[in-house]
Design a protein around this ligand. Structure first.
Ligand SMILES: Cc1cc2nc3c(=O)[nH]c(=O)nc-3n(C[C@H](O)[C@H](O)[C@H](O)COP(=O)(O)O)c2cc1C
Length: 383
């Protein structure tokens, strides 16, 4: 760290402590106890926007049926795709499953059943991705309706943020690990496996480190990730989607880092190296992984994978732990193909697709903030 940067950081610590009050105000982007919105569909979008999603790009576009108050459609927002990191839009499609899972869970919490009809006009390809709906969602009052996902959807579990780099090793009882595997869905050809064997965990940690480094050194993906990272508080507010340091630092330090970035932004290479160092170091505390594989890799399966991912995520959050998607080795651009092949050879020998690699950890003490989110109005569009 150069001298000037150090001085700025020291000065910023003072400013940072004042700023804490304001950051604190931003840390509760959803009030779980607020009165639900009058329109149940808006209420479901309000919550679903906190779903886990690739690069926090929130590629969701919702259209409310103007004639039927119980119906809406979910589309892909093509303004926010990740062509370099996720060329086939697989991760974007998984992120529709997470969104729908939170909708389903929130509806059940309020005594409604959300009936989700996937790809009512057929599955999209890369030419039709924004045009064909991912789902038609019909929401009907159904007191007592028991959604399996709602079991996991304790209010706190949905509203807690992801935490990156600030954790301790996982410490989960066998019963919880079995419950996680219980999210496997044989009828959809999806298997959820927990990995705790030391040799396998070491292998996955090493793979994750190599894949992260590759993503950050490969100019196209590094540029996409750099561009999608909101490095200052102002950027988070102005463009409230994309990655942010909220997941990486405690609120007080976050302020310092953001001020430092605003005054002396790191160039891409230096920024990538900082990320690689931070990521590699934090892997030392990972002792448990979840691997989600599927027999097929069509769009419907990808959405189902997202539903399972979100359910697992909420379950693990409810246990005071956190799920960290370490999915770089599953990205499908040519430079990643060797690592992609290696992970499939080991974890999917029957020709399955590895859909997600997830580490589990226990968050470090202290408060953690959410990545930014677009307001509900930005996700709802005219028919
Ligand atoms: C399909 C998918 C892939 C993801 N891949 C990664 C990843 O490779 N590395 C990572 O750190 N986070 C990954 N994430 C997590 C997102 O970054 C996270 O969900 C998003 O930033 C929202 O964070 P929040 O919980 O702080 O709001 C992934 C999420 C999804 C749904």
């Amino acid at each position: 760290m150069n001298r000037m940067r150090r001085i700025v950081i020291i000065c910023a610590v003072g400013i940072g402590s004042f700023a804490l009050v304001f950051v604190g105000c931003m840390s509760t982007p959803i009030d779980p106890w607020a009165e639900p919105a009058d329109d149940i569909r808006v209420e479901l979008v309000e919550w679903a926007r906190f779903a886990q999603n690739a690069h926090n790009y929130q590629s969701w576009r919702v259209v409310l049926d103007p004639e039927r108050g119980d119906r809406m459609w979910l589309y892909t927002e093509t303004e926010r795709l990740l062509p370099e990191t996720d060329p086939p839009a697989r991760q974007v499609t998984i992120s529709h499953g997470t969104f729908l899972a939170v909708m389903e869970a929130r509806a059940a919490q309020l005594g409604f059943e959300a009936t989700i009809n996937l790809f009512p006009r057929g599955a999209y390809d890369l030419n039709t991705i924004g045009e064909l709906p991912v789902a038609e969602i019909v929401v009907r009052e159904s007191p007592g309706f028991a959604s399996p996902v709602a079991v996991a959807a304790q209010v706190d579990a949905i509203t807690q943020p992801t935490i990156k780099y600030r954790y301790r090793p996982a410490d989960l009882e066998t019963g919880i690990l079995q419950a996680i595997e219980g999210w496997s869905s044989p009828e959809d050809g999806i298997e959820v496996r927990v990995v705790t064997d030391l040799t396998d965990v070491d292998w996955l940690n090493d793979l994750s480190r190599q894949a992260y480094e590759l993503e950050m050194r490969n100019p196209a993906t590094r540029d996409e990730t750099y561009t999608s990272t909101r490095m200052t508080r102002r950027a988070r507010r102005r463009t409230p989607y994309g990655l942010a340091y909220t997941a990486n630092f405690r609120p007080a330090l976050l302020r310092v880092v953001e001020i430092s970035q605003a005054l002396f932004p790191q160039n891409q290479e230096a920024w990538a190296q900082t990320g690689i160092d931070q990521f590699s170091e934090s892997l030392a505390d990972i002792n448990t992984y979840i691997v989600i594989t599927s027999d097929t890799n069509d769009r419907t399966t990808q959405v189902h994978t997202g539903r399972i991912l979100q359910a697992v995520w909420m379950d693990v959050q409810s246990e005071g732990h956190v799920v960290l998607a370490n999915s770089q080795a599953l990205q499908e651009y040519p430079e990643m193909s060797e690592l992609y092949a290696r992970v499939h050879e080991r974890l999917a020998p029957r020709g399955e697709t590895v859909q997600m690699l997830l580490a589990i950890a226990r968050p470090a003490e202290g408060r953690h903030l959410h990545s930014p989110r677009l307001p509900v109005e930005a996700l709802i569009h005219e028919p």
